[in-house]
Ligand binder design. Structure first.
Ligand SMILES: *Cc1c(COP(=O)(O)O)cnc(C)c1O
Length: 398
């Protein structure tokens, strides 16, 4: 017997749920790419994207996923043999470092573990030790989607400045943009990368790089730059086709424009608050399930938790059984653990994640929590009482 028929919920941290409005906006014949409505839509989109990131700087759009956006940022900032400093708080910090390294950049890593944020003091120390200022840029995940940690971007900027170091600050907001508060200019980020399929509620396929004048100047001589990835004509095109270095991603743009309409109608501040409250409901439930020690939130300090994704540790390695149950029996797909297995045990099943980014509301979160609790009961996984009631109180208070 399964109760999984009906509308399913892909509660993984990207791709996220796509709103019907976004899907419907894409459901039309190909538009003319040589003029008319598509050009107007893109002209209007660039300032909307700058607003979303909190910047008066530049933005380049790529036909790419997040990995492509990493590579775009690397290509425009670094030359072969340059040194970067990567601040690792999970799998995605390792991923960006790996991308840069494979392009010919030397990468120094500081690993802050998997249960907490970057310690700015250690960043200052590492930069102060770099007396010849070889480090060209610091790579930081705002939210690392594997651990669900949220890093303090402004504090890392302050740490760079405290060391009197000229390094650029490059930030990955793929899992946090339009979910968690982010203010590129106010927080002093020089480069920011994101993608369409998480908080932006649009199918995977668009990658974005925002950059400051300072980053543009520093990167002007970057020899990793190639024609397709060059951000210069994309951010200041003389002709429309230069925006995408070829055919525009027509339907993704139509979908994204509608997603931006939805974000603007709700208000960016309200979007952040909604994610914050829904995240709190999830944390409250997990805390109650964990009373008997069966599970715990991966990030103990609430101030350092993402508002878009929650990573959960299971005491016994039964997270896969739980995910299978919720998907097959109740139509809710939970996220797998990424890079969290203990060394030597790649088949470890002690970790899962809940994605709550983008088009998510109270009834969806309550549904996910109710289904997880049903799975815990059905599988005989020990858990504390009162989880759903605790989440309910947070929703009610909001
Ligand atoms: C999803 C994600 C990526 C990778 O994006 P892809 O589109 O899968 O290439 C990179 N960084 C973070 C923080 C992410 O959440």
């Amino acid at each position: 017997m399964t109760l999984g028929y009906g509308r399913s919920y892909l509660a993984i941290p990207g791709p996220s749920v796509m709103p019907d409005r976004v899907l419907n906006a894409m459901h039309r014949p190909a538009p003319n790419i040589y003029g008319g409505a598509l050009h107007d839509l893109v002209d209007a989109m660039l300032p909307r994207l700058r607003y979303l990131a909190g910047t008066a700087g530049h933005v380049a759009i790529y036909i790419a996923n997040g990995h492509g956006a990493w590579e775009a940022a690397n290509a425009n900032v670094f030359s072969r043999g340059d040194l970067a400093l990567s601040l690792v708080t999970g799998q995605f910090g390792l991923g960006w470092a790996d991308s840069a390294r494979r392009m010919g950049v030397e990468v120094q890593e500081i690993d802050f573990g998997r249960r907490g944020p970057v310690d700015p003091a250690r960043v200052s120390e590492a930069l102060a030790a770099d007396r010849s200022h070889r480090i060209k840029a610091v790579l930081l995940s705002h939210v690392d989607t594997a651990t669900s940690v949220r890093n303090d971007v402004a504090a890392v900027r302050a740490a760079i400045d405290a060391a009197g170091h000229p390094a650029l600050l490059m930030v990955d907001c793929i899992a946090s943009l339009a979910c968690d508060r982010f203010l590129m200019d106010a927080w002093g980020a020089d480069v920011m990368v994101s993608a369409s399929q998480k908080g932006l509620m649009t199918p995977p396929g668009l990658g974005f790089v925002w950059f400051s004048d300072r980053a543009r100047e520093r990167g002007a001589t970057a020899d990793l730059r190639s024609p397709y990835w060059d951000w210069t004509p994309r951010a200041a095109p003389e002709a429309f086709y230069q925006l995408f270095c070829g055919t525009a991603p027509t339907h993704h743009l139509l979908g994204l424009a509608e997603a931006l309409n939805m974000i603007e109608e709700e208000g960016l501040e309200a979007v952040w608050t909604r994610h914050d409250l829904l995240a709190q409901a999830i944390w409250a439930a997990v805390d109650h399930w964990g009373i008997e020690g069966a599970m715990s939130l991966n990030i103990p300090d609430p101030a350092c938790r993402a508002r878009s994704v929650t990573s959960i540790r299971m005491q016994s390695p039964n997270a896969t059984a739980l995910r299978d149950w919720t998907e097959q029996r109740a139509g809710v797909t939970l996220g797998i653990g990424l890079g969290m297995a203990p060394p030597g045990d790649p088949a470890w099943h002690g970790f899962f994640r809940i994605g709550h980014m983008g088009h998510v509301n109270a009834h969806m979160v309550m549904g996910v929590l109710g289904v997880i609790e049903a799975g815990l009961v059905a599988l005989g996984i020990p858990h504390g009482p009162g989880a759903i009631a605790a989440a309910t109180r947070i929703i009610a208070k909001a």
